[in-house]
Write a new protein. Sequence first.
Length: 378
Amino acid sequence: MTFYHASRLFDGQCIRDNVRLSVENGVIRGLDTNPQSTDLPLKGLVTAGFIDTQVNGGGGLMFNQQPSLTTIRKIRQAHSLFGTTAMLPTLITDNLAIMQQAADAIAEAIVLKEPGILGIHFEGPHLSIPKRGIHSSHEIRPLSEEEMAIFCRQDLGKVVVTVAPENVSAAQISELVSCGVIVSLGHSNADIDTALQAIDAGASGFTHLFNAMSGLAARNPGMVAAALHDPRVTCGLIADELHVHPYNCRLAFQCKGWQNLMLVTDAMAHVGADVESLPWLDTHIIRTGNKLTLPDGTLAGSALDMASAVSNIHQNMGIALESALNMASLTPARFLDCSDRGKISVGMQADFVLLDDQLNTLGCWIGGVQVTHEGAQI
Ligand SMILES: [Zn+2]
């Protein structure tokens, strides 16, 4: 058993001072109020590790460009510097061969119990061309048996698939859900009826709320209205203050609460690496400050990390710290149906992060093992 003395700890409900945290075999065994002088000190705020359901890259690498176990490992390591303890590497629209390679790499990670890898997110290729963003219009296509077979593999851990409901039928969504796939709606121009039919068929998420989806108009409520209004769905939000206006972030929070609004990074290779220009399809992605765009100005993912997303939501948008933290951990855990992660309580995985007062990451633990900032004076 390892004992820690957390000067502050958030347990998913409230922030407590001077907590003794006991960890054994990667699992939290106790939360007590009587720290001992021999306990390992954790000076700062201890909270559940962040869970990112949309990560395209990190550490200078993109999952699409090198879909291998090595890439997955490096992306995860880059994001753990910013508090991420679990993630879904995310494959942007691509051909079948790349989809197979990505799935095989994830299956390998799952078999090896690679720390922090929960499964995979396929963002596309069954999307709307007018709302494609940086996805290749050549690869956007109808859902065939080949893709269905990949999505329904049972060796991939948690599988999220983003689809545009106007191009994927309710019956296909039902079939995916019955195979255990978590269906998220996005990159879509759907009207309200089509969006609601997809939710009735079992879709449970919206991918990067407000971005690349039909907006809210007086007589055409569209995807945004369904996302904000329907209590059955959880929405991902890119809170980098570039993708979504802070006012809209607060509006979404008012509609969904922390319970159905989760922070995602949609990160590209730039997180945890010095990348200025990134080759992309037949063009390239340019970084200007924290903004990533194609040369024509189209937003191209983010350079956001989870700790910054929490900080933006709390410090810049005025959302309570407890809610902001849950939006980065408990909400994505529930969305993925991971009942052993997302908060610090007895019986949960010992995935936690230590933050300073400005919410910078001081250390990150996965299954009780410190994976970043080892040896740092805490
Ligand atoms: Zn996207």
